[in-house]
Design a protein around this ligand. Structure first.
Ligand code: ADP
Ligand code: MG
Length: 248
């Protein structure tokens, strides 16, 4: 049986800077993988490679067995299958919440306006945001904006959801509401790849934690293995720095 998503020997350099080296990973359907590592360790670059925002220097990305990293692939079609949310500035400021969420379903999936609206409103209702449907993003709190951004990312029913530090620009109170939405999506069985500084959340949600260091997968394991039983000097150093900063 093929995995939902598979990275084979992925490498990425910027000029002479080798940022990702020999990354091979399998992501089973419905799994939540949390990627941790120091700032600059390549977490965002890895996510950007997966949704084809960066060209690979070497290696292969398979989505449902199809090589999506091959030359000539239809980028729009692939990106419809991979939802992404980044740290900030995700929503289109000139579109309402409803228009933001329905844009891709209408343009990419060719849904009718009525159908797209109906689905978007159902999503907003489920997560307590239905009264924001006609608001513009700048009238929403940061937490509400990120929740809408995540709903927009899942509105195309992607195979994989990439969440890159989606709470790092938020106040603690707002962080909780975004994390709780992500937990619900995990319960729905959406396959997720998450990078986060919220280690408590990482422990709770992750089926597997990947620690990146020096461009490589330094350690990977269950949250318990990574957080309670670190093996490498690099991971021990990373965790103790988090601990000293009061973040673990
Ligand atoms: P993280 O998300 O873990 O903080 P990044 O993936 O953003 O790390 O960055 C990893 C490394 O790649 C850093 O050294 C960064 O400077 C470099 N990098 C990222 N994007 C670019 C780019 N577009 N051009 C050149 N270097 C880049
Ligand atoms: Mg980053």
């Amino acid at each position: 049986m093929s995995e939902l998503l598979e990275l084979n020997g992925l490498r990425k350099s910027f000029g002479s800077n080798l940022v990702l080296d020999e990354i091979s990973l399998k992501f089973p359907q419905g799994s939540a993988t949390v990627i941790i590592g120091a700032s600059g360790s390549g977490k965002s670059t890895l996510m950007r490679c997966i949704n084809l925002l960066e060209e690979l220097s070497d290696g292969q990305i398979l989505l449902e067995g199809e090589d999506i990293s091959q030359y000539g692939i239809n980028l729009d079609s692939v990106r419809g299958k991979i939802g992404s949310v980044f740290q900030a500035f995700n929503l289109f400021p000139h579109l309402t919440v409803l228009e933001n969420i329905t844009l891709a379903p209408r343009l990419v999936l060719k849904k009718s306006k009525e159908e797209a609206n109906q689905q978007a409103l159902a999503l907003l209702k489920r997560f307590g945001l239905e009264d924001k449907a006609d608001a513009y993003p700048n009238l929403l709190s940061g937490g509400q904006q990120q929740r809408v951004a995540i709903l927009r990312a899942i509105a195309t029913e992607p195979k994989v959801l990439l969440l890159d530090e989606v709470t790092s620009a938020l106040d603690p109170v707002l962080i909780a509401e975004v994390l709780s939405l992500i937990s619900e999506l995990k319960a729905d069985g959406i396959t997720m790849i998450i990078s986060t500084h919220e280690m408590g959340f990482a422990k709770r949600i992750a089926d597997r934690v990947i620690f990146l260091s020096g461009g490589r997968i330094n350690e990977s394991g269950t949250p318990q293995e990574i957080f309670e039983n670190a093996q490498s000097a690099e991971l021990k150093g990373f965790l103790s720095a988090l601990h000293d900063a009061g973040r673990l």
